[in-house]
Write a protein that binds this ligand. Structure first.
Ligand SMILES: Cc1cc2nc3c(=O)[nH]c(=O)nc-3n(C[C@H](O)[C@H](O)[C@H](O)COP(=O)(O)OP(=O)(O)OC[C@H]3O[C@@H](n4cnc5c(N)ncnc54)[C@H](O)[C@@H]3O)c2cc1C
Length: 379
């Protein structure tokens, strides 16, 4: 059977699955995608108005080529649909100059020739008065960075896939994904079983629910986002850069597209574990906001410390924080992409394209062996 004629299921049309459905349909596959909700919902990893897009990675520079591939596809999806899914405003990295993350950032910049500026405290105070830095901090501006609109992106990729012929079965949870002897995959839902040549499985935090026998652990956590108003002197924030503080007091933030508020997030150590993704506690208790208020008081003099909005989401984390990408052991027709550990949005179009490579060709030319792979993936 030619690759273009393959019938491929996509299980979960969230961040990665909606992109996989687009890339598969664009390459001529016969695509049926399923979601327990509908594309663009905010009940798992994809809600909350904005996500950071950045070229620079302070933990592993090998993400940079994936970000570059994703960048090409971000532009392509925007051009094909006329929607502004991403806006490039830059990203500031701040942290102690001797912190391993900040040192790694400089190494990655040098290795990949990233467009950047190193700023001193005086330049930060003049150009970015929203921020206060500690003595001994290094500040780097990653110029090729900005924010993504997550709900709009997921819905746009899914709709584009539909325009290209994909069928999306909304509010249809998949109960089982099963290899068929001799090749192919069966997908079982409440309404019946369908047969495919291959399946791309992208259930996000539900991965343990759907594939309970997976030999890798994906732990689900509950990140909280909180929004704060800019003070009167700091209006016009929508064009200001995102920011990440690296080191002991780490947090990140994104000016909201409305121009009057900034969203803040904390890193994994602050997230509560989620026992059952079907019972996410979406209520944020007042004491959960104390760490945010402390960050605002210490580092963000341009924000009013009373939050105006807060929400809880879910994300799957692997122990290594590297995602699971590749065919399931012993079953080349089931391609799993899960456990993105707080890193998945910026690279999601690239991941969708790689999923299409693996489902249609059985290999990909993109270098993903540094990610926890589940089987044979390199070309
Ligand atoms: C608050 C927060 C902030 C983040 N910030 C950033 C950031 O700034 N930059 C960045 O790059 N990344 C960021 N991330 C990480 C990024 O958002 C995630 O890595 C990414 O969204 C994960 O995508 P996914 O497709 O694995 O999961 P999801 O987007 O959650 O998609 C999973 C989909 O599968 C569906 N599904 C599940 N089970 C089934 C089933 N059995 N049948 C049918 N459908 C099913 C779900 O309904 C859902 O639509 C952040 C994550 C969170 C939570």
């Amino acid at each position: 059977m030619s690759a273009a004629k393959k019938r491929v299921a996509v299980v979960g049309t969230g961040t990665i699955g909606s992109q996989a459905a687009w890339r598969l349909a664009a390459r001529g596959a016969d695509v049926v995608a399923y979601d327990r909700f509908a594309p663009g919902h905010d009940r798992s990893a994809a809600g909350g108005e904005t996500r950071v897009f950045r070229s620079l990675h302070t933990d592993n520079g090998r993400y940079v080529p994936l970000v570059r591939h994703a960048d090409t596809l971000w532009k392509q999806l925007q051009a094909e649909t006329g929607r502004e899914l991403r806006r490039l405003t830059g990203c500031l990295y701040m942290g102690p100059a001797d912190d391993p993350g900040m040192r790694k950032a400089l190494e990655v910049i040098a290795e990949y020739g990233l467009d950047h500026e190193v700023l001193d405290a005086e330049a930060v105070a003049k150009r970015f008065p929203l921020h206060r830095v500690d003595e001994g901090d290094l500040v780097i501006l990653d110029r090729y960075a900005g924010f993504i609109r997550p709900e709009l992106t997921v819905q746009t990729a899914a709709r584009r896939a539909e325009e290209l012929g994909a069928q999306i079965r909304r509010y249809t949870p998949v109960r089982e994904v099963k290899p068929v002897a001799g090749g192919g995959v069966e997908i079982r839902t409440e309404t019946g079983t369908e047969r495919f040549d291959a399946a791309v499985v992208t259930p996000g935090p539900w991965v343990g629910d759907l594939l309970p026998d997976l030999p890798w652990q994906v732990n689900v956590y509950r990140p909280v986002s909180a929004w704060f108003l800019l003070t009167e002197d700091h209006r016009g924030g929508a064009e200001a850069p995102n920011f990440c503080r690296i080191g002991p007091n780490s947090f990140y933030g994104l000016p909201s597209p409305d121009g009057v508020s900034v969203k803040l997030g904390l890193f994994q150590a602050h997230h509560q574990p989620v026992d059952d993704p079907n019972r996410l506690n979406r209520t944020v208790a007042p004491e959960e906001l104390e760490a945010f208020t402390a960050v605002v008081r210490r580092y963000l003099p341009g924000l009013n410390p009373d939050p105006i909005r807060f929400s809880a989401y879910m994300e799957g984390y692997t122990d290594s924080t590297r995602p699971l990408v590749g065919p399931l052991p012993g079953c080349d027709d089931i391609i799993l992409l899960a456990g993105f550990s707080g890193q998945g949005f910026k690279v999601s179009p690239a991941m969708g394209d790689i999923a299409a490579d693996l489902a249609l060709e059985g290999r990909t030319a993109h270098s993903i062996d540094f990610i926890t792979t589940l089987g044979r993936t390199a070309a």
